[in-house]
Design a protein around this ligand. Structure first.
Ligand code: NAD
Ligand code: APR
Length: 233
């Protein structure tokens, strides 16, 4: 691999699949079992808050049963050992990057272990359930919702991501179908700005032809192999 000095990485559900977390759009994925309109939109939450709170309570609780895998650990090693600029952006709401050792993760779709108060708009670390309407730790109102970006809402930290995209010379997309904007547009943006683009995914994604290079296989194999190459080369 040619020398690179500024890397932006985008991860999606695929990087956590081998840890045992369902992806969204693969066969048997979350969006086959639940309707997006019901559990991942503000309108769904307004219609049936118990359904939505219960859905995310279960996903939050399930994090206790999963461990980071070799792909998460490899990206943490890259953060520690890469001598250039590095930004890890994830669409995932799990905490497996952090538990794998990454310290600076940009969660553009929010986090399961965070609560957003609909009254005072404060974001607070949150480990337990929300279905019982616990009080907000800041304003005490019983108005918490999962701090997860739903369809129709604006993702977090877009400015920080755009700044890193403007400067990067390598953009790598890992374990994402590239079906959801704005993340799905990052590859085009990176290319336009002159960066090299690489897809690491189980199989070719719909947008695979857009990338300069694509390597297909399980994340636990292709990601550590690629990190070895970057750090060794
Ligand atoms: P959209 O406006 O519904 O959603 C895209 C925007 O919402 C982006 O800014 C995105 O980042 C954000 N977003 C909000 N919640 C999100 C979440 N939970 N996960 C990821 N991103 C989230 O526009 P769209 O993507 O063009 O979708 C149009 C329609 O298609 C919507 O009604 C949507 O429900 C549906 N859709 C279905 C699927 C599917 O897999 N079946 C996938 C995407 C969209
Ligand atoms: N290794 C690598 N890639 C894998 C693996 C694996 N073991 N298993 C599955 N994949 C790939 C699939 O081939 C697919 O391309 O991971 C991708 C998962 O895609 P999606 O389920 O669409 O997940 P993602 O791209 O993260 O979804 C984007 O949609 O609804 C929202 O909020 C949700 O952040 C999510 C966003």
């Amino acid at each position: 691999m040619t020398q690179v000095s500024r890397i932006v990485i985008l991860t999606g559900a695929g990087i956590s699949a081998e840890s045992g977390i369902d992806t969204f759009r693969d066969h048997g994925g979350l969006w086959e079992k639940h309707s997006i309109e019901d559990v991942a939109t503000p309108q769904g939450f307004a219609r049936d808050p118990d359904l939505v709170l219960g859905f995310y309570d279960a996903r939050r609780a399930a994090l206790a049963d999963v461990e980071p895998n070799a792909a998460h650990v490899a990206l943490a090693r890259l953060e520690r050992e890469f001598r250039g600029q590095f930004l890890l952006v994830t669409q995932n709401v799990d905490d497996l990057h952090e538990r794998g050792g990454s310290t600076n993760v940009c969660h553009m779709h929010g986090e399961l272990k965070s609560a957003l108060c609909n009254a005072c708009e404060t974001r607070s670390r949150w480990e337990g359930p929300m279905l019982e309407r616990p009080p907000c730790p800041v304003c005490q109102a019983p108005t918490l919702r999962p701090d997860v970006v739903w369809f129709g809402e604006i993702p977090y930290q877009m400015r920080r991501i755009e700044e890193a995209m403007l400067q990067c010379d390598l953009f790598v997309s890992i374990g994402t179908s590239g079906a959801v904007y704005p993340a799905a547009g990052f590859v085009q943006q990176a290319k336009r700005l002159g960066a090299r683009t690489l897809e690491l995914n189980l199989e070719p994604s719909e947008g695979t032809a857009i990338f300069h290079e694509a390597r297909h296989g399980p994340a636990t194999q292709v990601v550590p192999a690629w990190v070895d190459e970057v750090l060794g080369g």
